[in-house]
Design a protein around this ligand. Structure first.
Ligand code: ZN
Ligand code: ZN
Length: 236
């Protein structure tokens, strides 16, 4: 079960706060009435978030009043005027994106489009979020595990020998099926930049399972996207 606060509704996630921030910035930092079409529309989007289907059975979940309050939290962070019960996640999202309206817009677009392509069961109950938040983390992992994507990468690299792009590990002498089991595909382009297009070979890096785990962990800790050289600097 998601953690709850206040009236029993789950805490706002990074994804949801990004969507609220996108609205706040697009309205020139004004907070409209809960009856406005903009607030009503965001409430409807949040109530259809695939990982909140259970919570959304409650009429109070992300209702227009609640969405208005969240915009007032963001205004508090922006100007010192608003509702001061800001959460840690509100603050993190504001610090990362408050001064980057274009990045917020890209991310919000990727989240709303992603919401339509992912099934609730594809999103784990408890997930450590990559910098792009819970929904796009699930899509990132799904893309990397896609057998076609994995095969494309392995086929392309087989001619020169399978080798980890981070630590250069290779096991050329062993059975091909065991050798393949050591390696995973890692998507190096943030989803908000890649958009909905099909994964290309140049979007992918071949990593050993150990380095793949480590680069994801480093991005979770740093809460920013890391290139392979940046991750090498941290991990090797
Ligand atoms: Zn490696
Ligand atoms: Zn990855």
């Amino acid at each position: 079960m998601a953690r709850t606060k206040g009236h029993g509704n789950p805490n706002w996630t990074h994804d949801e706060i990004v969507l609220a921030l996108d609205l706040y910035l697009s309205l020139d930092r004004n907070v409209p009435s809960p009856r406005s079409p903009e607030i009503q529309a965001l409430s409807a989007v949040l109530r259809s978030m695939p990982y909140h289907l259970e919570a959304a059975k409650q009429p109070s979940f992300r209702n227009p009043d609640g969405v208005g309050f969240k915009l007032m939290n963001l205004r508090q962070l922006d100007s010192g005027r608003g509702l001061s019960n800001v959460s840690k996640t509100d603050r993190q999202v504001w610090e990362k994106y408050g001064s980057q309206p274009a990045a917020v817009r890209n991310l919000a677009d990727a989240i709303t489009k992603g919401m339509r392509t992912i099934l609730p069961e594809e999103i784990p109950e408890e997930v450590e979020e990559l910098p792009e938040g819970r929904l796009l983390t699930a899509i990132h992992v799904r893309r990397e595990r896609n057998p076609k994507v994995r095969k494309m990468l392995l086929d392309a690299r087989r001619a020169t020998g399978l080798r980890c792009d981070m630590c250069e590990l290779s096991r050329p002498g062993i059975r091909a099926d065991l050798e393949e089991a050591i390696f995973e595909a890692h998507h190096i382009v943030p989803l908000a930049s890649a958009g909905e297009r099909k994964t290309k070979l140049s979007d992918l890096s071949l990593l050993c399972a150990c380095c793949h785990r480590a680069i994801h962990r480093a991005m979770i800790i740093e809460q920013r996207w890391l290139t392979i050289p940046e991750a090498q600097g941290l991990i090797l």
